[in-house]
Write a protein that binds this ligand. Structure first.
Ligand SMILES: Nc1ncnc2c1ncn2[C@@H]1O[C@H](COP(=O)(O)OP(=O)(O)OP(=O)(O)O)[C@@H](O)[C@H]1O
Length: 305
């Protein structure tokens, strides 16, 4: 079942078309990463799904409801972590979470208890030591952990995270990844996140969408995206102390031919699969220089979930 459906979504600010017809669906329990260069329209897309912006065109459904018509009980099923919040400075961390949690009490269901326990949540996001601290006294990374906790307090069906790990130290990042994995596996929470950290996207998500030039230009797992870009593997080798390097699509047969040709003269052979970063950079560069993707890369939307 699709809990998010986006069809021909368009958004125009003044004379600029930021979204030119975006299509994608998300299944329950899926973790989806939305990637794209600065200004591509990721926040715009997420905020339309949250009901905070009205699109210029197209159809959007979140839990079967058009966000602009979503009522309080619809909203209570969503968790939202926006790009930056600087609110509630005088509240203590645990008081704020308990206070916000009370809003969700009437929306508990047999399948989903609401709210989450504030104490357990603080532990989950690593804020137990700051429980009695005022929000204004938190560091940037601690404040971001609180933002994530605020997004989770209502035990949401769908969690929207806009660059959630900005300012996280490596341990906080790892803890956060664990929280997301557990939510997806044990709570069947659907998660849509934006990030500029491609390792994070690769590690966390079941599926990746790349938004560029107002459209979804890639849609698939990190491996599927790499396969769609020509030269999916990077082969490096040495023959007679001379270094060689080539990008190839079929690494095993290329390496076999190398050995047939040079035999034992080959040293230092290395085959590296294209990383998500390689794929991403290649796709975005191609769009910048051509205004579109090559035919080989185009029409991802045909196969969009
Ligand atoms: N309220 C607005 N009025 C006019 N233009 C806007 C508005 N909000 C966003 N934009 C423009 O729309 C484009 C997309 O912005 P958006 O914040 O959605 O991009 P993004 O992909 O989230 O970028 P980033 O990675 O930098 O966060 C940008 O060019 C931005 O300047």
């Amino acid at each position: 079942m699709h809990v998010i459906e986006v069809h021909q979504l368009k958004m125009r600010y003044g004379r600029v078309d930021v979204l030119k017809g975006v299509n994608f669906n998300v299944r329950r329990g899926e973790v989806l990463a939305l990637l794209g260069p600065n200004g591509a329209g990721k926040t715009t897309t997420i905020e339309i799904l949250e009901g905070f912006r009205i699109p210029s065109g197209g159809e959007v459904n979140v839990l079967g409801v058009s966000p602009k018509e979503g009522d309080e009980s619809w909203r209570a099923q969503l968790g939202v972590v926006m790009q930056s919040w600087r609110d509630h400075p005088k509240w203590k961390v645990h008081e704020l979470l308990e206070h916000l949690g009370r809003y969700y009490e009437p929306y508990a269901t047999t399948n989903r208890s609401r709210p989450m326990d504030a104490g357990e949540l603080m532990e989950k996001v690593g804020l137990q030591e700051q429980s009695n601290q005022k929000v204004s006294s938190l560091s940037g990374g601690q404040r971001r952990r609180l933002d994530v906790a605020i997004g989770l307090i209502g035990n949401p069906e769908i969690l929207f995270l806009d660059e959630p790990t900005t300012g996280f130290d490596p341990q906080a990042r790892r803890d956060f990844h664990e929280v997301i994995r557990r939510l997806s596996v044990f709570e069947d929470t659907t998660i849509l996140l934006t990030t500029h950290d491609l390792h994070e996207a690769e590690k966390l998500s079941d599926r990746i969408l790349i938004l560029a030039d107002g459209r979804i230009v890639a849609n698939g797992s990190a491996e599927q995206l790499a396969e769609q870009v020509a030269g999916a593997s990077d082969v490096r080798w040495m023959v007679n102390n001379e270094r060689f390097r080539q990008e190839v699509t079929d690494a095993p047969s290329f390496v076999q031919k190398l050995f047939e040709e040079h035999g034992d003269a080959i040293t230092d052979l290395e085959v590296r699969k294209a990383s998500l970063e390689d794929t991403y950079i290649k796709m975005v560069q191609q769009i910048k220089s051509n205004g579109s993707l090559d035919d080989t890369l185009a029409n991802f939307e045909e196969g969009a979930e």
